[in-house]
Design a protein around this ligand. Structure first.
Ligand code: CMC
Length: 443
């Protein structure tokens, strides 16, 4: 509330401790804006006007550097301390003791499931892994060398045409079945995209296998009657899915929320998340780490490479984070998964270079002063490569894990009475009121 009224009453500016006092030097008027949870409501600024016709002050914040777009109870991050929690549970405990499907339940429902609830949830997801046969047809239409992330993005959006009832987003039961379908079908679509890009026949889901084991089967099964996933690989990928499941209001979660705020069906909203994740600044960094390691080629070349980074010639990919100014907690956990996969599949020769990079960087003042630590992508690419995944599949794997987080964010947004269609303002900098010039009169 402004204190304009108070001023007129001769009250001056109140000095309640939970408020922000603003003086508009254009008018000399003073305003008092409530501070709630460390934020002020941007719409309060609209009361600050030079006169009645004035639109009011707006906040200008390209890239949302300092704007909270929502209240959320899904994921907590403290970047200074290196803390990541899903629904209040530390990522370390979840990665060590939980499974991806249980974490997905937690993200969606807000609570860990009971034994019966988990069984039912797992059953539902397992029995929704099949996709309509026509999906194979449109997958077939993609070029053989198309990027699997493009195929995933298009096929997730395409699912909305198979489930038109999903448009009834206000119906809780309808929403719930789409959540199940999306978590269940994402690995199937991802595996189909991979098989298509390899020119291999599609492998149907095997309901006897667990979520990750079934995904591995759909990716890698050849002539064997039954695919038996290596439990170490299965567990490692399960952990990677847990680590990638949510990361609060990141670019793709924001895309899901923004597109979903138009009240479109969830397949279209999640497809927007896949599109955002496709970008190299978001889901593509692990691919860059691998390219960097290949380029460094040998451990002996690491000091020269680091010297180049310090001279500003290039970046040490997989290091640094906008939010984490401490060790990315996901990067710590991933080390164990890395060792397990290497034990099962054989060591990736690039590991030696990565370890040397990490060792030198963590001791070097340049990285210490700037608080640059390994992030989740420093080792995930090495693991994926050891699993036999081509680099194009890296963001696809990220998308499978992130689906439960996107859905949790989408559900929260849909049921939040404060949310409306997302529609930012702009500061217009273009021309005004020009007269149209007919083509023949333009020079
Ligand atoms: N190598 C070398 N120097 C770096 C690096 C790096 N990876 N990252 C930041 N710096 C330096 C940067 O040059 C700057 O130095 P100075 O103050 O002398 O100009 C300082 O550290 C601050 O950097 P910034 O670019 O202002 O930091 P930011 O918060 O805008 O960028 C980042 C964060 C992740 C984009 C950046 O650290 C980076 O480019 N890292 C490499 C790419 C990468 O690994 N990305 C994956 C992020 S984790 C996946 C996810 O959660 O989405």
């Amino acid at each position: 509330m402004t204190t304009e009224a108070r001023q007129e009453d001769g009250g001056g500016v109140a000095t309640s401790p939970e408020t922000l006092s603003i003086t508009d030097n254009r008018t000399g008027k003073q305003y008092e804006i409530p501070i709630e949870d460390g934020t002020i409501r941007a719409t309060e600024l609209r009361n600050i006007k030079v006169d009645e016709d004035d639109f009011g002050v707006m906040s200008y914040d390209p890239a949302f550097m300092n704007t909270a777009s929502t209240r959320s109870a899904v994921t907590f991050i403290d970047g200074e301390k290196g803390i990541l929690e899903y629904r209040g549970y530390p990522i370390e405990q979840l990665a060590e003791q939980s499974t991806y499907l249980e974490v997905a339940y937690l993200l969606i429902h807000g609570e860990l499931p009971s034994k019966d609830q988990l069984e039912e949830w797992t059953h539902h997801i397992t029995y929704h892994t099949y996709v309509h046969e026509n999906v194979k047809e449109f997958m077939h239409g993609f070029r053989y060398d198309g990027h699997p992330m493009g195929m995933l993005e298009a096929s997730v959006a395409g699912l909305s045409t198979f489930y038109p009832e999903a448009a009834a987003i206000k119906d809780e039961d309808v929403r719930y079945i789409q959540v199940i379908r999306l978590i269940a079908k994402m690995p199937t679509l991802a595996a189909f995209a991979y098989r298509h890009s390899r020119g291999l026949p599609y492998v149907y889901p095997d309901n006897d296998l667990r979520y990750v084991g079934n995904f591995l089967s759909m990716l890698f099964r050849m002539t064997e009657l039954k695919y038996e996933p290596d439990p170490r690989v299965e567990r490692a990928l399960d952990i990677l899915f847990i680590l990638h499941a949510d990361h609060e209001q990141n670019c793709s979660a924001n895309a899901v929320r923004s597109v979903g705020s138009s009240q479109v069906d969830p397949y279209s909203a999640i497809a927007a998340g896949v599109a955002a994740l496709y970008g190299p600044l978001h889901g593509g960094a692990n691919e860059q780490v691998l390219r960097m390691l290949h380029r460094i080629e040998r451990k002996e070349n690491v000091p020269d490479f680091i010297a180049g980074v310090k001279e500003g010639k290039e970046r040490l990919m997989g290091f640094g984070h906008r939010i984490y100014k401490n060790y990315d907690p996901r990067a710590k956990i991933i080390k164990q998964a890395r060792d397990d996969v290497f034990e099962a599949m054989g060591t990736n020769p690039l590991l030696e270079i990565a370890l040397e990079l990490e060792r030198i960087a963590l001791e070097d003042d340049y990285f210490i002063e700037r608080k640059l630590y390994p992030n989740v992508d420093f080792y995930s690419g090495l693991i994926y490569e050891a699993l036999g995944m081509p680099v194009e599949m890296f963001p696809v794997l990220f998308a499978i894990g992130r689906t439960s987080g996107w859905l949790a964010q989408w559900l929260e947004m849909i049921t939040d009475s404060e949310q409306k269609i997302a529609r930012p303002r702009q500061v217009y900098t273009g021309e005004r009121g020009r007269d149209y010039v007919p083509l023949e009169k333009r020079s």
